[in-house]
Write a protein of this length. Sequence first.
Length: 657
Amino acid sequence: MKEQEHRPEHHSVNLKEFMAQYDRESDYVRYKGVSRWVVAVIAICFSLFQLYTATFGVFDAHIQRAVHLSFAMALVFLLFPLRKSWSGDGIHPVDAVIALIAVAMPLYVVIFYKDLVMRAALSTPLDTLIGAIGVLLVLEAARRVVGWPIVIVALVFLAYAFAGPNIPGAFAHRGVSLTMLVGHLYYTTEGVFGIPLGVSATFIFLFILFGAYLEKSGLGKLFIDLANSIAGWASGGPAKVAVISSGLMGTISGSSVANVAGTGSFTIPMMKKLGYRPEFAGAVEAAASTGGQLMPPIMGAAAFLMAEFVGVPYISVAKAAAIPALLYFTGVMLCVHLEAKKTGLRGLSVEELPKVGAILKEKGHLMLPLIVIIYLLVSGYTPMRAALWAIVLTVLASLLRSSTRMSLKDIVKGLEDGARSALGVIIACATAGIIIGVVTKTGLGLKLGSVLIQLAGGKLLPTMMFTMITSIILGMGVPTTANYVITSTIAAPTIIQLGVPVLAAHMFVFYFGIIADVTPPVALAAFAGSGIANSDPLKTGVQASKLAIAAFLIPYIFVLSPALLMINTTVAQVLLIITTSTIGMIGVAAAVSNYFMIKTSWLERLLFLIGGLMMIDPNHLTDLLGVGILATAIIIQFIRKRSSTPSERDGYEQDTA
């Protein structure tokens, strides 16, 4: 998550309290004096190392990942003290010692790389000791920067590895010795230094660095101004501005909470000023910001992992995600529009809105790097090389106007901020590697897959529901990246066995891992929005889930009809599925909002819900039935509206849900 520097003063306390409780990154120390320079130099060197390897070529996989992890571990143990009371002006000696040990463990792999390769699986006692300490320090780093939930999940998997022979039933296995497990987790590329960390060590870091520079250039403010000029005048304008600006910010930010903090500090107070309830204002921003991780061209870090796991270019993942992302934001916008109509809220006056022409004339050049990165990805450049060019172009583009020009200090600070922003993702990837290592060593994935299929009776729909529940539960405490890694390892293969295309199955678990950010009882994006809006966190989470209802429907649609992901399809099929999906979302949005032309009766609400849900199945019969049911509800609404009085049409009973 990126550090936010400009937040309204009257919202800073609540947001700070949220961050302190739910987002470990807020705990990092802002040192002064020599300690500040030590941390800054390490972070800058980290970014320079990544830029060097992106320019001149990466090292052998294990070495590249080990150096990458070594830098990250140093920063984590220096920036996140063992005790909060140690958050003074200087680095505590205990943390300094732990940081040195944490740096040495991955570097052992680098220094003795040839010897380790020659010994292969024959680990020495020293190898086992170093590896065991290395694994434990990764878990401690995860506790500090990510939080306890992911550590607990990893410890459960480690316990499973050792307890295999004593577990009854289908999940039993022959067990793993400490030497074998440490060797697998630390000295192969199937554990800590596996694919997740490999993707982080190549292009995820560079895209985070790219995002840091885009923020410094002022692109985030440009997005908010553009959204204001496009939708600020409409019914409930500020809420629609939140949806549009968060979607645009999602193209450069892979963090729901960072997106809420960045755009929400502007949009939430504006929504409250125009009469939106605090819970709804916070929920709109949370739902829209969460969707940002689904928005190409730069999606969440998990999307880059998906490209590696599925074995396709990243642009194929971004292409597949494009229509579902647009449908997601369409669903959120529909709910916002109906709420605005129901409450009679109007937009901003034309005089208060910025002009599109003036905005683009002043800052339009800042969008050049985004255009270039899309072109490079489509042209077949690797994500790493595309991100490298995008970083260079961001700095150069900022120089075109004095109002956006970055100074040398800004450029250097961007290197530091990018490294700090990447720490959570790096440590989550390393910890997820521990879980993957246990799964591959014990065969847990196959065991769990067969159990899921048995529980679902071999049926696709129940299997998807079980997978959805698993992803949402994991997402309550595990970051999106780690959530995707775990569920794609143990659950996605089960869906694939039932005939679903590989990319569709992986996209399914990816979606529900993200939507966990707005799913109570632990909805981090909603809680961030609640902190800014001074609202009830749980009510904000419930409202955000209602607004994000599209995200619960779209994955089922593209699994049942992969045409939505543009897999083996024609233009006509894509247009048909977009049309039916949009109609279905209109019905569900009306049911959730309890409003269409006027406030719905219980019968109309039921008809809207049933009709909307029937559009999920791509079957022509269910589509026709769904359209018929929705048409019936609309006709009833039309008749009731014509016969109602103006006060009944404009009346609004506040929805306390």
